[in-house]
Design a protein around this ligand. Structure first.
Ligand SMILES: NC(=O)c1ccc[n+]([C@@H]2O[C@H](COP(=O)([O-])OP(=O)(O)OC[C@H]3O[C@@H](n4cnc5c(N)ncnc54)[C@H](O)[C@@H]3O)[C@@H](O)[C@H]2O)c1
Length: 338
């Protein structure tokens, strides 16, 4: 490919589009946002003002008249399939926000359709670029904590929206496909898979303490990994103030890794060499940069080819894990993830 820049359409101009734009403006500078698409006039006009891109109110108009070769799809989960398929059919490269879809059937349709094209198709899961997680995996591989036995991960999210009006799409099961575990919890499932290896089965419980949410507003999941190590994942939405969580704790036969912090992932190592703990990464800015990193990788794949950090098939893992949890809540048994 002789081009050195990528003309990109933002399809969906809501909350996450602002983070993607920040990533492009600061990091993924080879992307030019030339089209912005949203059915909400306020959202699309605001994004056009930021990016200078042409406004479209629906995907089909954008695909017919827009000037772009790639699409960044940031829509409600039940809209992923129709948008991705429309883009594939028009030969556009696709970056699709997580989770791949709201149901496993819809995800399989997207995967099947993408395999019949030669475009670049990537799922946006920014946690795979978090420096604290990458560094933790390196330390595990180097044997810094011995053989890994168990892990815990805690995803907390404060509900920032006013819930007195119409229920937002992400709190409607039909649109979102699940609750907090499938949605924000995905960003905790991926790091657990990166650090611990593949999840084989899960069992868990959940509850709905936020009346406006149809899906679960909290869950506790026990995960068994393929290497027989075990993890506990806690996902929680809050309407009220909450105490800061420990983000991840990885326990091995010779030590532990601890990740704390808010948006900035602080990684510490505890072992016989550092019995009081060594600050390995402290307040790394990399978590904010991770949105730019994923768009950068997407541009690179289009311009130069090569292999992606995580294939769409691998990215199915977060959805499969959440759906296996939901099944286990019904059956009260361990359920296979794959
Ligand atoms: N990676 C992350 O950290 C992260 C964070 C938040 C959301 N997300 C993901 O991003 C996606 C979007 O989430 P969000 O929080 O930005 O949602 P949002 O509700 O803030 O934005 C979605 C936008 O899509 C528009 N829209 C809906 N249906 C449309 C259609 N058919 N045609 C055109 N526009 C349409 C809405 O008007 C809205 O502006 C979801 O997949 C979500 O899981 C990822």
């Amino acid at each position: 490919m002789s081009e050195t820049r990528i003309k990109l359409a933002f399809i969906g101009c809501g909350d996450i589009a602002a983070a993607h734009w920040d990533g492009i403006a600061r990091i993924a500078k080879r992307a030019d946002v030339t089209a912005v698409v949203d059915k909400n006039p306020t959202a699309v006009e605001a994004m056009s003002k930021l990016t200078g891109a042409t406004i479209f109110r629906n995907i089909h108009d954008a695909l017919e008249h827009g000037d772009f070769i790639a699409a960044d799809i940031m829509l409600p989960h039940d809209q992923h399939e129709f948008a991705a398929l429309a883009c594939f059919n028009s030969g556009k490269h696709v970056l699709l926000e997580k989770p791949i879809a709201h149901t496993l059937e819809s995800a399989q349709k997207i995967l099947r359709a993408s395999s019949q094209t030669d475009i670049v198709f990537m799922i946006a899961e920014q946690s795979q670029y978090w420096p604290d997680i990458i560094e933790a995996r390196k330390l595990i591989d180097q044997g810094a904590i011995g053989e890994v036995i168990s892990a815990s991960g805690t995803y907390y999210d404060r509900v920032r929206r006013d819930l007195s009006g119409p229920i937002p799409w992400r709190y409607r099961l039909e649109a979102a496909g699940g609750g907090v575990t499938l949605d924000g919890g995905a960003h905790w499932i991926r790091p657990l898979r990166m650090m611990m290896g593949e999840v084989s089965e899960v069992i868990g419980i959940s509850g709905n303490h936020i009346a406006e949410m149809e899906g679960e507003s909290w869950s506790r999941t026990l995960l068994r990994f393929e290497n027989n190590a075990v993890g506990v994942l806690t996902c929680h939405n809050f309407l009220c103030p909450s105490a800061p969580p420990e983000l991840f704790r990885i326990t091995g036969t010779k030590g532990e890794l601890l990740i704390t912090g808010g948006r900035d992932g602080r990684l510490s190592l505890y072992n016989s060499e550092f019995p009081r703990g060594k600050a390995v990464l402290y307040g790394a800015e990399g978590r904010r940069d991770s949105y730019g990193a994923e768009i950068n990788e997407f541009c690179d794949l289009i311009l130069n080819g090569g292999s992606m950090t995580a294939t769409p098939e691998y990215s199915l893992g977060e959805l499969c894990t959440a759906k296996a949890l939901y099944k286990s809540i019904e059956t009260k048994r361990w359920e296979k993830v794959w």
